[in-house]
Design a protein around this ligand. Structure first.
Ligand SMILES: Cc1ncc(COP(=O)(O)O)c(C=O)c1O
Length: 362
């Protein structure tokens, strides 16, 4: 099946009881048992049919055999790292999402897991012996750097490490890391997968049975599970993923071409696909603040990947938890502006940004 069909049908079938076409919201904590201890479904932290439909759909989209969903993207990140032991070494991209960076450096560094932050977009990067896990976000957030996943998978496996790819920005429409050799794919489903800025969630997808068993055990043991309503909303949003991504991509490409011609823009950063665009405005931080406060079609807000356009200043907003010296080292300028280009008409998006350029100029 093609991915445009899978987003609508994979993991789903008409409800066996009623024939309902949409997977019902199984809003229940527990299930009746025919005999003590004999039941297909027992308890909703462990299993829930709405969650199972979402998990199976995501697994199919990423070309994996197992999908495991969580209450947030960070709960999914947390689950992967919990499979490690004190002394293990993670080699991580140096401009990962600020919350991932904070989780690694505050929660997991304390229990003896070692993290090195390196530029995984560098084709000559070496993965040292003794590495247990390589953590790549590609494209990265907010600098939109990309890594060669197949090369990273080979280098990781050569030293006995597994490769985890955060595929939140690309989505399986543009990139399927498991097919390129990655061991685990992670999503903040809060973003493009859900697509409507109305639900927070996360997911892990793998074809490795041992890892899948660990993730499922942690999902049940730690309990950071999404509720059935959240799974329903995510499944519903997911059905339009392919048409949404096509429009995000088209609009972003048009805006990038327009901004590249402007004298008031110092740099435009775009990985060549998708709806995320970052740029550096000429001028100081105050000019950037005037810019982001002037837009109306682009809402000033954190997050990304919804149908509506969003704008933000990473240094003050999404990446404020990354220390200023680290931000400077990896190139997150104070004046860097990140756009999540939505699916509104591109003329309205461009007119909105045109007003913001005028406001920034004062
Ligand atoms: C690339 C990436 N990974 C993970 C996360 C964390 O996801 P959540 O906010 O759903 O916990 C985010 C959130 O912005 C993100 O951008």
């Amino acid at each position: 099946m093609k991915i445009e069909t899978q987003v609508i049908h994979a993991g789903q079938r008409p409800d066996p009881l009623t024939g309902a076409v949409m997977t019902p919201v199984y809003q229940t904590s527990t299930y009746a048992q025919k005999h003590p201890g004999v039941a297909e479904w027992e308890y909703s932290r462990t299993h829930n049919p709405t969650r199972s439909a979402l998990q199976d759909c995501l697994a199919a989209l990423e070309g994996g055999t197992h999908g495991v969903c969580f209450a947030s993207g960070l709960a999914a990140v947390d689950t992967v790292v919990r499979t490690l032991n004190p002394g293990d070494h993670v080699v991580c991209g140096d401009d990962v999402y600020g919350g991932t960076y904070r989780l690694f450096n505050t929660v997991f560094a304390k229990v003896g897991i070692k993290f090195s932050f390196v530029d995984l977009s560098d084709p000559d990067i070496e993965i040292p012996e003794g590495t247990t896990m390589v953590w790549a976000e590609t494209p990265t957030n907010p600098l939109l750097k990309t890594s060669d996943i197949a090369a990273l998978a080979n280098k990781s496996h050569a030293v006995g490490a597994i490769l985890v790819v955060d595929n939140t920005f690309a989505t399986p429409i543009f990139q399927r890391p498991l097919e390129l050799g990655a061991d685990v794919v992670l999503h903040s489903t809060t973003k493009y997968i859900g697509g409507h800025s109305d639900v927070v969630g996360g997911a892990l997808i793998t074809s490795n049975d041992v890892l899948a068993e660990q993730f499922t055990t942690l999902q049940n043991s730690v309990g950071a599970v999404p509720g059935p309503w959240d799974c329903f909303l995510t499944l519903r949003g997911l059905k339009t993923l392919s048409v949404r991504m096509a429009r995000h991509d088209e609009n972003a490409k048009a805006l990038v071409a327009w901004m590249q011609e402007r004298d008031d823009v110092a740099t435009v950063i775009y990985p060549g696909f998708g709806g995320m665009v970052s740029f550096v405005l000429k001028g100081d931080l105050d000019a950037a603040i005037r810019f982001v406060k002037a837009t109306k079609v682009f809402t000033l807000a954190e997050s990304l990947g919804g149908v509506e356009s969003l704008i933000e200043l990473p240094a003050i907003m999404t990446h404020a938890s990354v220390p200023p010296d680290v931000r400077a080292k990896i190139g997150i300028d104070d004046g860097l502006i990140r756009l999540s280009v939505g699916i509104e008409h591109m003329d309205d998006q461009r007119a909105d940004l045109e007003k913001a350029f005028a406001a920034a100029a004062g």
